[in-house]
Design a protein around this ligand. Structure first.
Ligand code: PLP
Length: 312
């Protein structure tokens, strides 16, 4: 036996991360490796969107590779319905389950979801594409694999990460494919994520307080859950056409989005009514790290102006 003078184990407390152009490229690479073929499928949460411009980051790799998929239910806060997940897994022939931390709110039942997946012989892919990199908060640390999307949270137009967690695979089994441009890799390495998280949380709380009691909307989360550094502040537009509010706010220069305004066709409205209701009403307000105190007032003013104009 030898005791080395310096560490030589490249897997000891070193995360296995491969950078890609976008998260979907890392996901495609992972699927190529994991899918056993035939009718074996992946089970996805029933809240996945697509747009003509961006496609669908989750579904496109699956359709490109011809991999079957099915959906489990999420509730009105987009949290995993464990019974529905269990039922989907019980139908058999599942190689992977996926969980998504929507708008960066951590899925509270992720550990149970992982156990259900493992009991069914499937791995868990944890989608952290709306999240920051905040070690110790459970982000990307529970799933067997985790995906991050750099361009969604830092100022660049591409960049994704596929993380393979300890014990998910024998080291070196997944062929390494690392492709990304320099900027996102540098930004991810150098970003002060704790500061970014603090700014996002501060902005979220200021905006949530300013929106309190505004008629015609409801806030998607009553409280920001522990460990969450939000992607944005989601609200539900209750009484008027969400798209009209979106258009008016955009026209006033406020960068709102609607994640996801259109769900993929395979999420049927009759089976997944809750998902469709969220999709119809959701509007995501900006609270990212570039948003300043004065912007919060502008967002509130623009939103309430749009609601008043629309008679909400
Ligand atoms: C939850 C989620 N996962 C994955 C993706 C794909 O990310 P990327 O654009 O980096 O491929 C998206 C966006 O399209 C997303 O919203």
């Amino acid at each position: 036996m030898t005791v080395e003078k310096e560490p030589i184990d490249q897997h000891c407390f070193i995360r296995d991360r491969a950078f890609s152009t976008r998260a979907r490229d890392g996901f495609r690479h992972l699927l190529r490796h994991l899918w056993p073929g035939g009718s074996s499928r992946i089970v996805l949460p029933a809240y996945i969107g697509h747009s003509p411009l961006e496609g669908s980051g989750i579904l496109d790799p699956l359709t490109e590779l011809g991999i079957p998929y099915s959906f489990y239910r999420v509730d009105e806060r987009l949290e995993i319905d464990l019974t529905s997940l269990e039922n989907e897994l019980a139908r058999g022939d599942v190689f992977a389950g996926m969980a998504i931390h929507y708008f960066a709110s951590l899925q509270p039942e992720l550990r149970k979801a992982k156990t259900l997946c493992h009991d069914a012989g499937a791995v868990l892919v944890e989608d952290c594409c709306h999240c920051l990199d905040l070690p110790g908060r459970g982000i990307g640390e529970i799933g067997d694999f985790a995906l991050f999307s750099i361009h969604k949270v830092l100022p660049c137009s591409d960049g994704g990460i596929l993380q393979t967690n300890r014990d998910a695979l024998e080291p070196g089994t997944l062929p390494r494919e690392s492709r990304a441009s320099e900027l996102p890799v540098r930004l991810w390495r150098d970003a002060l994520f704790e500061e970014i998280a603090a700014r996002r949380i501060g902005n979220y709380e200021a905006l949530a307080a300013a929106l309190d009691g505004l008629p015609g909307i409801s806030q998607f989360w009553s409280l920001l859950s522990e460990g969450t550094a939000p992607l944005n502040l989601p609200i539900l537009i209750e009484d008027v056409d969400r798209f009209e509010v979106y258009k008016r706010m955009r026209a006033q220069g406020v960068g709102v989005v609607a994640l996801y305004h259109t769900l993929v066709d395979a999420i049927e409205p009759d089976r997944f009514a809750t998902s469709h209701e969220v999709s119809r009403k959701i509007l995501n307000l900006p609270i990212h790290q570039d948003v300043g105190t004065e912007d919060i007032g502008i967002i509130v003013e623009t939103l309430s102006g749009a609601l008043t104009e629309l008679g909400g």
